[in-house]
Design a binder for this molecule. Sequence first.
Ligand SMILES: Nc1ncnc2c1ncn2[C@@H]1O[C@H](COP(=O)(O)OP(=O)(O)OP(=O)(O)O)[C@@H](O)[C@H]1O
Ligand SMILES: [Mg+2]
Length: 437
Amino acid sequence: MLEAILPNIGVDEDEATDTAGNLALSQVDVESKDGLAHMGWLLNRDTNAVDIHLPINEFAATHLAILASTGSGKSYTAGVLMEEMMMPDSRASLLVFDPHGEYDSLGEMRGSETFSGDGYQPEIEYFSPENLRIRISELSVGDVMSILDNPSDRMQERLDGGWRAMQRRESRTWGIDELLREMRNQYGEDDSSVGALEWRLRRSIQRNDLFTTDANVPLDDLVSPGRCTVLQMDTLDSRDQQMIATVLLRRLYQACLAAVRNRGDDPNYDGEVIEHPLFSLFEEGHRFAPAAGDAPSLGIMRTITSEGRKFGFGIGIISQRPSKIDPDVLSQCGTQVTMQIKNPEDQKAIRTSVEAAGEEVLRELPGLTPGQAVVSGDAMNTPVLIQVRERHTEHGADSIPATSQWRKAHEKRSQTPTKSESADMGGGESSGTEDLL
Ligand SMILES: Nc1ncnc2c1ncn2[C@@H]1O[C@H](COP(=O)(O)OP(=O)(O)OP(=O)(O)O)[C@@H](O)[C@H]1O
Ligand SMILES: [Mg+2]
């Protein structure tokens, strides 16, 4: 079955050689591999017979989707691409939203010869939720509405008035107390809607460790050329993950926009400026840009995928449920790496949003094994079926082999006497009964 795809999609080795360097297919002996990510090789050729490179500039500008069922190799492939982007030739500025702690092993790149050259070494930084707290004044009124559970129309009106007044203030370190004072000034001391809001605001924002009145992490600490920053979000629930993504992405987008508009030279501009392109990768992409529900992050994800190209802000969406990703966001991803997909709903989502996915590509998807992928999209003249290369760094999310782990744990337990056994042998604490006898 796998053999059938190459003739169908019309790839041959001559074409691969001819297009080396500027299109995705290239032989391993291309003269310069600058800006090319070595992903693997054509599947039904010998290992490395026809190497496949993906132009980083292309997918970093027009976005990327890595889609497959669980266990098919999405995170592994994302790891391969990140390794390539952090090589001395590219020195990318990467930001990874990692809801499962799957990218801890990327730290192996630090000091590794494979990733060093010309005095360059990649920096790999990890940020835990304590470093990612959100400054309250950075929330939009829409964010606050989505945090509070179903505020009434009157409450929304009060909040809108109060929030807008606070945002006009010069100070950005205000909190819920100041906001409540402002709303009481505007609507009266005894306004019942402000009273009802007070309880909700204190419970959902003031007493939630995620929010702070202090300054938040400077963007320069988060993103920089030659730095891969992993946001470790595995201890947060999905709503908090979405909220961090919303506020961070908005700040990053504004800062990229400011650079393009030369705001950095404007003495009246006191916002942040990011002068280099960014690429941000989202594990569980459907969580940040869902097809259904009211995720606060969806708006900014749509904005970046439709406008980010002009501002040097690229996004990579990884998901095991393509049918649960917002179709606008998915269809803006110009390069697709699709691996094994069996679920008919997800196949349908790929058919409708991935332009290059012809019937012959879709037919192959259920039969792929882990590490095999169809690469398609703007960067490719034709979809290709590839074997993704091995990682240089260890993969951080290998499946846990249940049977061997059970056996090991059982053997260990059999060798360690239980509390009651050890008590029987006289090794346990006195039960108290002994004293009575
Ligand atoms: N290119 C590859 N070469 C060798 N092994 C691979 C490759 N791709 C995937 N694998 C194997 O497949 C396993 C699953 O890969 P991975 O963790 O990337 O899956 P996933 O699609 O991210 O799954 P999940 O949706 O559960 O996160 C890996 O632990 C690894 O052993
Ligand atoms: Mg994964």
